[in-house]
Write a protein that binds this ligand. Sequence first.
Ligand SMILES: Cc1cc2nc3c(=O)[nH]c(=O)nc-3n(C[C@H](O)[C@H](O)[C@H](O)COP(=O)(O)O)c2cc1C
Length: 170
Amino acid sequence: MIADQHRNEFIGNEAHANTNLLHDGDRSLAAFDDAALAGQSIVTAAESMGLGAVFLGSILNDAQQVIDLLHLPKLTFPVFGIAVGYPNEKPDLKPRLPLKSVHFENCYQEPDKDTLDAYDQTIQTYYAQRSSNNRTETFRHHIIHDMQVSPKKRSEILSVLNWQGFFLKN
Ligand SMILES: Cc1cc2nc3c(=O)[nH]c(=O)nc-3n(C[C@H](O)[C@H](O)[C@H](O)COP(=O)(O)O)c2cc1C
C-alpha cells in the first residue's frame, strides 16, 4: 500500500498550481490514512472470499530499498505490504483487549491497571496454549520489548519520509 500525493502534484503541476501544501502534515496524514483504509478493505474483501491476509510492516525494515525497487517517486511512500493467499492453517483467534479499553465515550480514558493485569493473564494463557508459535509472554512484555528494540533501518524512517517529501511543514 502506497501513500500517494505524487498524482496530486502531477495534476497541480499540469495546471501550474502551487503544490507546496502537498508536503504539509495534513496532506501527508491523509495520504497515509487513504493507504491504510484501502489496505483494510483489501483484507476484508480477501477474507470474504476465503483467503487469508497478513499486513506486512516488515517492508519498512528497509524503506529506502523498497522505494528504490518499486521506483517510487517523491511524494509516495510504502506504508505496508499485504500478503494474500489460501491459508494452510486456521490459527486460534487472539483474545482482544476488552472493549472498554479501546472504545471511549466523550473523552479519553486512562489505561486501567486491573484491566491490563487481567489481559496479561489472558494473553499469557493464549500464547502458552495456542496450536502454533507458542510463547511465554504477556501483553505488557510484548509492548515493552517493542518500544526498546527497533531494526536499525527503521530508525531512519522519519528521514526517509522527509526525503520523499512528507511531513515537511505545518
Ligand atoms: C501495520 C501492521 C503491520 C504488521 N506487520 C507484520 C509483519 O511484518 N509480519 C507479520 O508476520 N505480521 C505483521 N502484522 C501482524 C499480522 O498482520 C497480524 O497477524 C494481524 O494484524 C492480525 O493480528 P492478530 O494476531 O492480533 O489477530 C502487522 C500488523 C499490522 C497492523
